[in-house]
Design a protein. Sequence first.
Length: 220
Amino acid sequence: MTEQTTFSESEPEVYQSVSRAAVASALLGLFGLGAFLFPILVVLSLIGFVFAALGLSAIRKFPNEIQGDSIAWVGGIVCLSTLIFAPSYHIFVYMTEVPEGYERLDFAVLMSDESTADRPPSNALDFNGKQVFIKGYIHPTSMTGSTAKKFVLVPDLGTCCFGGQPPLTHMIEVNLTGDQYARKGFRKQRLAGTLRVNNYKKPVDGLDGVFYQLRADILK
């Protein structure tokens, strides 16, 4: 009697790659959390949510070739949460940040037009002596130490981070009252106080000078 030997053929292993879109959604979701500090970063969460949807679609279409659905779900949930809550947070802050008795003032009102002399425009003169609330960043050369009661406020991070001489109407010399001290850094400062608009250029250490001065009662 001849014995028949049966060889069982094992099924070939199928290699599964992790969805790049899923990984991208998770990374963008992580970086997109910065939208709670810098609203513009909410764009990362929007792109991350699109990548999560693309990743899940590809995984469902090719389940034996692509994996990473859990990564895509996490990325998508984080991105969607940021898209909902970050704008809501900034709207809430905007609606509640101005102290009672102060008027919101935007740096754009203080800036001179590029086609005119770098002097306070007529709209800025209207705020002379008024109690205002304004936001901006500390110019790096206006503070010698890590904390100070006097510094120069500028409107954007570009001027703040790279230093240099900003236009005169892009700067406010701030003097903090009481026991308040500002810390050097890239955090946006929220200040409330009395604005003074000078007709002359006031010298400032390390800079050409300023037309605007703020006696700040509140620092947030």
